[in-house]
Design a protein around this ligand. Sequence first.
Ligand SMILES: Cc1cc2nc3c(=O)[nH]c(=O)nc-3n(C[C@H](O)[C@H](O)[C@H](O)COP(=O)(O)OP(=O)(O)OC[C@H]3O[C@@H](n4cnc5c(N)ncnc54)[C@H](O)[C@@H]3O)c2cc1C
Length: 291
Amino acid sequence: MNWPKGSKIKVRQPLKGRTTFKIGGRAQFFSEPESLPELRSILESAKKNKIPVFILGAGSNLLISDKGVKGLVIKLNSAYFKKIALKGSCIEAGGGVTLNQAIKFAQTKSLAGLEFLAGIPGTLGGALAMNAGCWESAIGDLVKEVGVMDYSGRIKILGSKEIKFNYRKSSLGKYIILSALLGLKKNSRAQIQKNINKYLMFRRKSQDLSRPNAGSIFRNPPQRYAGKLIDLCGLKGKKAGQAFVSERHANFILNRGKASAKDVLGLMRIIQKKVKNKFKITLQPEIKIWA
Ligand SMILES: Cc1cc2nc3c(=O)[nH]c(=O)nc-3n(C[C@H](O)[C@H](O)[C@H](O)COP(=O)(O)OP(=O)(O)OC[C@H]3O[C@@H](n4cnc5c(N)ncnc54)[C@H](O)[C@@H]3O)c2cc1C
């Protein structure tokens, strides 16, 4: 395989440590491009050689197969994709910026609106692809524009009207999200800090952060909470290998230390079966599964 000169592609790169679940095999090819031309030339090579491409953010909504990923994994981890700037009452940030960095930056500029995302361990790119949110708000509500590259290397700027955001999904998934312009509102830094603290406290109360995990495993079915349905099936604490259902939040699967993707998938199947039998509802995964 001939990658473009100077593109520093790594082979058989471990992915486990690049996910919050701490699960997964190796990437056949792995790249952290340092510029748009480098990203474009890598995509062109992958396309020419029919190599599938996967975009990795902070790996906080992902379950990666124990066998790893056959293809090229790209992470927007270089300084180029982590820029963040003030634009009037908006912030413009790269796809590799973490949500917590974006919140903090906005706070230093006395701009509010992102606080509900405090504690979500994702990148801006991953959050936009997933339309991350909580407590009735989602990041899509703040979007003014998103800069994307398609898998042929073409760059587009999409206005908010050209993007569909729905519950934990968006039409941006088919692109590589390079940057976004987010509309915020003036507020005092002290009030923004109060909001951040409030949301972090809600999160600590409701979620289980005691072991590696990937947040909510299943999407909430219409008018129901997946966690409640799983709890009513008596599945809290249920184990499969080294994976187990959290006692605190039944829609969280935790990794006791050495859980495999197989353990998690097995547990997910048990949960789906029990919930289907009891409530006639098929739970759909919220996490992305790279198998
Ligand atoms: C403890 C915990 C709590 C969580 N709480 C919440 C919550 O309250 N609300 C919520 O919505 N989510 C929550 N999550 C899930 C997760 O953090 C979010 O979905 C997050 O936005 C995913 O971002 P990421 O960068 O980690 O994406 P990844 O997990 O790396 O990727 C997720 C998807 O986005 C795609 N993607 C990533 N970056 C890009 C990019 N630049 N361009 C195109 N596609 C991209 C990937 O290909 C993949 O399909 C939680 C997770 C954890 C571990």
